[in-house]
Design a protein around this ligand. Structure first.
Ligand code: ANZ
Length: 884
């Protein structure tokens, strides 16, 4: 299709869009959305209708959107979907009497702004400022109820001062396993300093006699922000490090950069890390008490990857060289297994290519001889040099390995000697980096054993050759007949192993070799000792540079700034997720110069009640923000240990062609055009009416007309209603429907079921349209529940009906349970089975009276006249049939 939706909008005007001549009959006022929307946006802003109050006596409600990255291309119609959803929710809460905090801001550090700046040869700061302007203009015309005075921008030094401050807190903290929380590093230093008094640490020398550098490297093992080395994907051509998902395989299976297709290699690089792993258990447990979509929780659980298993030691034959407690002991290979019940089925061991045993052998620290050392060495080198090779558990990959000839390990369960292999399917960084292979009951071991002709021994009852489930033990000595679950513990105890918990999650790299990020507030003196930038001098501002490109040497542009390097400042900057890990706290007190947020204000706002954003942030932002929050909680700086009580994810709005909306596909629809042609209220109603909030659905400019018609119908109805005396009595059936609709809309908004709330209102509007007696006071109740969705038109009508206050701050209508009960019913009247009319009667009307009234209907009477009624069939509260 040549013509995309975008061009359609510009060329066409929907039939239901009013022109000057349309939609006005007689004295009826025209629905001019442009004028109305501008007028009320201005008025709300002037009256500070959405200002949140930090000292209110009302209950608080903090409704937050994941703040956007202000890219150069601006918003498309998909972006506001989440914002509109949270806005509807926030507006209802506001009308229900809550003191609502509903802020907006910008997450603006990171690669896109940097790329944009490089391309357009302007500073990222300038690019960001321009982009923010565009965004703000686009957001403002949608009529979102933000308290704009609380705006934050992560790249503003006044903001990142506090990001740096929190970083220093992390740097200056350690995780005390005894108290099970983070504590200032001083408590650890004190501990170390005291240890010398009881002489424990004699061999290593006491703490106080250590040099600054020695102390530094010791403390670095505990700090929650620490310096270390990590294998990274290095792309020489781009001069930069790439994330795993930025690396793809070329046609020969060689790793290349996704952008440009340049070769990628592995390189060990100095990095800063955050020790998120110490919070693994708390991050898991916390999920149990928050109201988040189950699938997001599950993604986090899998990412954390908790695994309960056993650590079991296998002695290496003829390897006595270790002295433990004065006795010579064999070198051990410790394995981590989740299935100690299969220990009798081990036919070989596997260690990872990076396993410490290999370097010990290489450095001749052990008496072990490997007969084929050259072959092994070559294999290890090949594996370790292959970039992206050990990315993770990649079960689909061909497994390779080499036997360490001459090396045997002893199975502690039965004394059997088994061969030891080094293979690429065992990860160095998980468990102990060594595996006991049980090919009969593990898929990977099975595949490997088949490939290299290793024995397979069954130890669990089953028909299959490969059985990975649980069952009864066989070939397991005295444990035969025991069930797997019991055997796990029994066998672990029998061989002196210990039950342990492992996590797949790794510490988070907290550094980029790029320019556009928060400077890390540390510097190194000429001796190599790291110092903090004093708190009182924060923020440490990003220096000006001439070019924003990386150096090409694996260092960021800051490494080229002589004055910066001279002062010993860190040349890495923080990653894109630093500011977003705590920004929600800053909204509570965005202008504070003394603290990241005043404690009294934090105590009032507590945490985010409702957080709305994309599901793609499950393992990134959401996990990091929870981690920082738990850390701040440990330090006593925030009152809650979870930042986001409830979370809702909006689905995407796809292009009309069912593809992701993107410039690349030419299917982008700009919200500005939609607002101009149809109005913000129509856009809001349409996006909420499209389907379930969390579903991804295609945009349709055809369908938006339906939403526009609904808004117009309300407009016309208002004109009609205003002619009915304010307190007139009317159709009680309609009254019942109004109360039922209020109930439904309230419940639906509460549960983010916006589409069904709108259809309920559509039904009500149709009924009101049919009736000639909708009283103004009842219509106004409807108008109030429409307000969260279509605030501008509601406000205009509200004022046209004579009100002086703002409807957006009116009280949410209360449902009258009595009125919700049906008090009248409609009864169909038939003659000989043919419908001839209907009557409406009170619920408690007796049968004889109903028959009398039915019979008297002129349309019925006509058919009865001159005939003898043979029978009257009455179906209670539904039907009367006269048989003649
Ligand atoms: C023997 C065994 C027998 C295993 C059996 C499984 C089934 P999860 O559940 O993901 O934690 N393993 C341990 N460390 C490994 C490493 N560094 N690289 C690759 N694989 C590793 O997986 C734990 C299981 O994965 C462990 O239990 C071990 O294989 C393997 F019938 O031990 B098992």
């Amino acid at each position: 299709m040549k013509d995309n939706d975008h061009s359609k909008i510009e060329k066409r005007r929907p039939s239901s869009v009013p022109r000057k001549s349309r939609a006005t009959t007689g004295k009826q006022k025209e629905y001019d959305h442009v004028k109305i929307e501008k007028k009320w946006q201005k008025e709300w802003s002037k009256k500070k209708a959405y200002k949140a109050d930090d000292t209110s006596k009302k209950p608080k409600q903090y409704v937050l959107d994941m703040f956007p990255y202000p890219s150069g291309t601006g918003l498309h119609v998909g972006h506001p979907k989440g914002y509109i959803g949270s806005d509807v929710y926030a507006r209802m809460k506001h009308m229900q009497g809550f003191n609502v905090l509903h802020p907006m801001g910008y997450d603006a550090f990171g690669l896109p702004a940097e790329q944009y700046a490089i391309q357009h040869k302007i500073s990222p700061a300038k690019a960001v400022a321009e982009n923010i302007k565009t965004f703000e203009k686009q957001l403002s015309i949608i009529g979102l109820s933000y308290d704009w005075e609380r705006k934050v921008n992560t790249t503003d030094p006044k903001f990142y001062k506090w990001t740096q401050w929190i970083f220093l807190k992390l740097y200056n903290s350690w995780y005390n396993l005894e108290t099970d929380k983070a504590e200032p590093i001083e408590t650890l230093i004190k501990k170390f300093a005291n240890e010398k008094t009881d002489g424990k640490d004699k061999e290593e020398g006491n703490w106080n006699s250590k040099s600054e550098l020695e102390k530094q490297s010791e403390l670095m093992k505990y700090r929650l922000a620490y310096e270390g080395y990590a294998e990274v994907n290095w792309c020489p051509e781009l001069g930069t490090v790439l994330a795993n998902d930025e690396v793809v395989d070329d046609k020969d299976g060689k790793p290349v950069s996704e952008r440009g297709g340049f070769p990628v290699e592995k390189r060990s690089m100095r990095q800063w890390f955050l020790r998120i792993t110490v919070y693994a258990e708390k991050l898991l447990l916390g999920l149990e008490k928050i109201d988040w979509p189950e699938h997001i929780k599950e993604i986090e659980r899998n990412w954390i990857g908790r695994s309960l298993g056993a650590e079991i030691g296998f002695n290496i034959v003829d390897s006595r060289k270790q002295i433990v407690a004065g006795k010579e002991e064999a070198e051990k290979i410790r394995v981590f297994t989740t299935r100690p019940d299969t220990l009798f089925g081990v036919t070989y061991l596997v260690i990872s290519p990076e396993h410490a045993l290999l370097s010990k052998i290489k450095d001749q620290k052990l008496e072990i001889k490997i007969e084929n050392w050259e072959e092994v060495k070559k294999y290890i080198e090949k594996i370790l040099d292959a970039p992206g090779s050990v990315k993770g558990f990649d079960d689909a990959k061909q497994k390779t390995g080499v036997e360490l000839k001459g090396v045997k390990a002893v199975n502690p369960a039965n004394g059997e000697e088994v061969p030891v292999w080094v293979a690429d399917y065992v990860l160095a960084s998980y468990g102990t980096g060594a595996v006991m292979a049980v090919p009969a009951h593990d898929e990977r071991d099975f595949e490997f054993a088949k490939k290299y002709g290793l024995p397979v021994r069954k130890v669990l009852t089953s028909e299959e050759e490969l059985f990975i489930g649980y069952s009864t033990l066989i070939n397991s000595g005295k444990f035969d007949g025991m069930d797997s679950e019991t055997a796990k513990k029994a066998i672990t105890e029998f061989v002196g192993g210990k039950m342990v918990t492992k996590y797949k999650m790794r510490d988070a790299i907290f550094a980029r070799q790029r320019y556009w990020g928060e400077p890390i507030p540390l510097f190194r003196d000429t001796e190599g000792v790291i110092h903090e930038v004093p708190e009182s001098t924060l923020p440490l501002k990003l220096p000006k540079v001439i070019s924003y490109e990386p150096t090409g040497m694996g260092q960021g542009p800051l490494a080229k700034v002589t004055a910066w390097v001279k002062k010993g400042y860190e040349t890495n900057t923080m990653p894109g997720w630093a500011g977003s890990s705590w920004y929600f706290l800053r909204y509570m007190d965005p202008k504070n110069k003394k603290v990241f947020a005043d404690r009294k204000k934090i105590d009032y706002w507590q945490d985010v009640d409702m957080y709305v954003g994309g599901a793609e942030h499950a393992t990134g932002h959401l996990l990091y923000a929870r981690f920082w929050h738990k850390f701040l909680f440990d330090l006593g700086l925030v009152p809650t240990d979870e930042p986001f009580k409830s979370l809702r994810n909006q689905g995407l709005i796809l292009g009309g062609d069912n593809r992701k909306m993107s410039k690349r596909w030419g299917n982008v629809v700009n919200p500005d055009d939609i607002v101009m042609t149809y109005g913000a209220d129509t856009l809001r109603v349409y996006e909420m009416f499209m389907g379930p909030f969390e579903a991804s659905l295609p945009w349709s400019t055809e369908n938006i007309i339906g939403s526009r018609r609904f808004v117009e119908k309300v407009w016309r109805l208002a004109m009609k209603v205003s002619k009915v005396p304010f307190d007139s009595t009317f159709d009680t059936r309609l009254e019942t429907l109004i109360h039922k609709t209020i109930q439904k809309v309230s419940d639906d908004i509460e549960h983010f079921a916006f589409n069904t709330a709108i259809s309920a209102m559509m039904i009500l509007v149709n009924e009101m349209e049919k009736s000639d007696a909708t009283a103004q006071k009842d219509f106004e109740m409807f108008l109030k529940i429409l307000t969260p969705f279509a605030p501008h038109v509601a406000e205009e009508i509200w004022h046209a009906l004579g009100h002086k206050t703002l409807i957006v701050s009116e009280t949410w209508p209360k449902v009258d349970a009595e009125k919700m009960k049906e008090s009248q019913v409609k009864i169909v009247v038939q003659v000989n089975g043919k419908v001839r009319g209907e009557i409406i009667v009170a619920l408690d009307t007796v049968e004889s009276e109903i028959v009398t009234v039915a019979q008297a209907l002129p349309a019925v009477d006509k058919w009865l006249l001159g005939n003898e009624i043979k029978k009257v069939v009455y179906v209670p509260l539904r039907l009367v049939n006269f048989v003649v």
